[in-house]
Design a protein around this ligand. Structure first.
Ligand code: BJW
Ligand code: ZN
Length: 257
């Protein structure tokens, strides 16, 4: 593992010749847009809670209004922020590689839509989408517009989730909670992209949450170079060939252009 605060020449050369790039992103790539990450302490109403307290079926079943309101607040916040230069750089690089006959796949653990809004195509949303909904009881998909709260404030009081018109069950966000399976097609597509890549880039993830955190390890089977972009050391830094220490919004544009 080599740790760098600037982009070393051998990374520049590696990226210049890469034709098949697989990217795995996490909450850190959206941090500079103003979307809070999971391992940082939350603010306001949510200060007392961690992702592990809220992102589970048990939490939703025992206090549906609390968990629902957390998701409604996050939907509203995400709608009000913009993609940052990190998202934009990946979108540019994807377009450039695709036009020249290569590929750049993006698999994200994020439930936001900032990669798409920056103009990128996302291969896999490993943990689902915060803007989709389904019934907890019968699984029917439900369309609900995201709320628009004032600024980044939480809603003034907890709101109950709506109930399903077919079975009366509670409507839940279409995300993957702890203890739930990841969508198999998204997981398999990501594994395939990493197995066939000639460079794997991991940006803005703590590498704590499984099984997503183990996906980059598939690159080790073929000795594919692994590059991490993160201001901090992570659970998976040790297996990386290069750890580029800094915010993705600052490091990705010069890596790509
Ligand atoms: C920057 C930056 C900047 C800051 N630029 N970077 C093996 C061992 C132990 C436990 C398990 C295991 N296998 C499975 C488990 C259980 C569990 C798990 O992993 N637990 C861990 C806590 C240990 N996993 C699961 O339950 C998964 N399901 C599963 O395994 O199913 C099989 C099964 C079923 C039944 C029984 C048993 C097994 C599902 C995991 C679902 C995770 N869901 C969440 C919530 C999604 C919905 C929502 O958004 O609310 O997904 S949790 C949360 O963590 C979210 C994220 O996608 C995920 C990953 O977080 P991420 O993206 O890495 O963010 P952070 O906040 O952790 O890190 C941010 C990083 O950014 C940091 O490194 C910063 O330094 C960096 N950063 N600014 C670049 N500017
Ligand atoms: Zn239902």
């Amino acid at each position: 593992m080599q740790v760098h605060h600037e982009i070393p020449d051998d990374v520049v050369s590696l990226l210049r010749v890469a034709r098949r790039v697989a990217v795995l992103t996490g909450a850190g790539i959206s941090a500079e847009s103003g979307v809070p990450t999971f391992r940082e302490v939350q603010k306001g109403l949510w200060e007392r809670f961690s992702a592990q307290d809220l992102a589970t079926v048990d939490a939703f079943e025992s206090d549906p209004a609390l968990v629902w309101t957390w998701y409604r607040w996050r939907q509203s916040l995400i709608q009000q922020v913009e993609p940052n230069p990190g998202h934009a750089a990946l979108a540019r690089w994807q377009k450039h590689l695709t036009e020249s006959g290569g590929t750049l796949t993006i698999a994200t653990q994020n439930v936001d839509d900032l990669h798409e809004r920056a103009g990128a195509e996302v291969l896999a949303h490993l943990h689902g989408s915060i803007f989709s909904h389904r019934c907890l009881g019968c699984g029917s998909a439900v369309e609900l517009p995201a709320p628009q709260y004032d600024g980044f404030e939480s809603p003034p009081s907890p709101e109950d989730p709506p109930s399903c018109s077919a079975c009366g069950g509670l409507i839940r966000p279409g995300v993957v909670w702890f203890g739930e399976m990841l969508p198999m097609d998204a997981f398999e597509a990501t594994a395939e992209a990493i197995r066939h890549a000639d460079v794997v880039l991991v940006a803005g993830t703590s590498g704590i949450v499984q099984p997503a955190a183990s996906l980059p390890l598939l690159a080790l089977e073929r000795g594919t170079p692994l590059i991490e972009v993160n201001p901090e050391e992570t659970e998976i830094s040790e297996v990386m060939d290069y750890c580029l220490r800094g915010p993705s919004g600052q490091l990705l544009p010069p890596m790509v252009d």
